[in-house]
Design a protein around this ligand. Structure first.
Ligand code: IGP
Length: 262
């Protein structure tokens, strides 16, 4: 019983208990880089490039890359944000990876994890994140709002991830300007860019920024999601394996489309 998301959350709760055993020092919150301000003036699709060593669906993607070097290469290629998968049990990442990425780049950095407790937000912040991810499918409404408010109190920006209409409605109700549509179903691993096409009108007519996440391989894929109003794309595997990052970014950085959907 239980899909992969259920399994991940179960293991995550054990990690949370471990994190709570460390005493934390009270520190001033760091000054953050804003992705939302960047989006407000962007004329081209924003690229969130992800450092992703492995995943439950793909196994090892590229386990040996150095996070700092890879992040610097991403930025040199034209990435606007660096995402770092910090989950260890299923994605082979760590908060240490996040810290190293932070050392290498000035762009906003997104902590990509399965956040179920404020302590993870503390650790993300201390490790250098400017943004965090909250996955609607992993949280009930109360925790979604609670964690959202907590992140804002730490001056972090939040990407709320959704996969269907019901989750999109819940995400919109928080008032958050930044909504990610995951094209990958976290329960079945099936990838379908049609998910972005289906949910885009809801998100765009509510005046929010739309990020299309997962499964992006080619310029055609980017064109497809930009056509329905995506402001940004989040790409992991394709960039982790790409032999010529400069080329990949050059091709994918296309002008934004104005969509007026009702
Ligand atoms: O490697 P891809 O198919 O380009 O996908 C990147 C990113 O969207 C994916 O890693 C992701 C999207 N949402 C998540 C939530 C948790 C873990 C991982 C993810």
């Amino acid at each position: 019983m239980g899909d992969i998301l259920d399994q991940i959350i179960k293991v995550k709760k054990q990690e949370v208990e471990r994190l709570k055993q460390f005493k934390r020092l009270e520190r001033e919150t760091r000054k953050k880089q804003s992705f939302i301000q960047w989006l407000a003036q962007a004329e081209f699709v924003s690229i969130i490039a992800e450092f992703k060593r492995a995943s439950p669906s793909k196994g090892l993607i590229n386990g040996d890359l150095n996070p700092k070097t890879q992040a610097m290469n991403y930025v040199q290629g034209g990435a606007d944000v660096i995402s770092v998968l910090t989950d260890n049990d299923f994605f082979k990442g760590s908060f240490e990876d996040l810290k190293q990425v932070r050392e290498g780049v000035q762009t906003p950095v997104l902590c990509k994890d399965f956040i179920v407790d404020p302590i993870q937000i503390d650790v993300a912040e201390e490790s250098g994140a400017d943004l965090i991810l909250l996955i609607a499918a992993a949280l009930d409404d109360e925790s979604l709002h609670e964690l959202y408010e907590y992140a804002l109190s730490k001056e972090l920006e939040v990407l709320i991830e959704v996969h269907n209409e019901e989750e999109a409605e819940r995400a919109l109700r928080t008032g958050n300007p930044l909504i990610g549509v995951n094209n990958r179903n976290l329960k079945t691993f099936e990838v379908d860019l049609g998910t972005t096409e289906r949910l885009a009108p809801m998100i765009k007519s509510a005046g929010r920024y739309l990020i299309s996440e997962s499964g992006m391989k080619s310029i055609e894929d980017v064109e497809r999601v930009v056509a329905v109003g995506a402001n940004g794309i989040l790409v992991g595997e394709t960039f982790m394996k790409h032999p010529n990052l400069q080329q990949a970014f050059l091709e994918m950085k296309i002008p934004l489309k104005e969509v007026t959907s009702k």
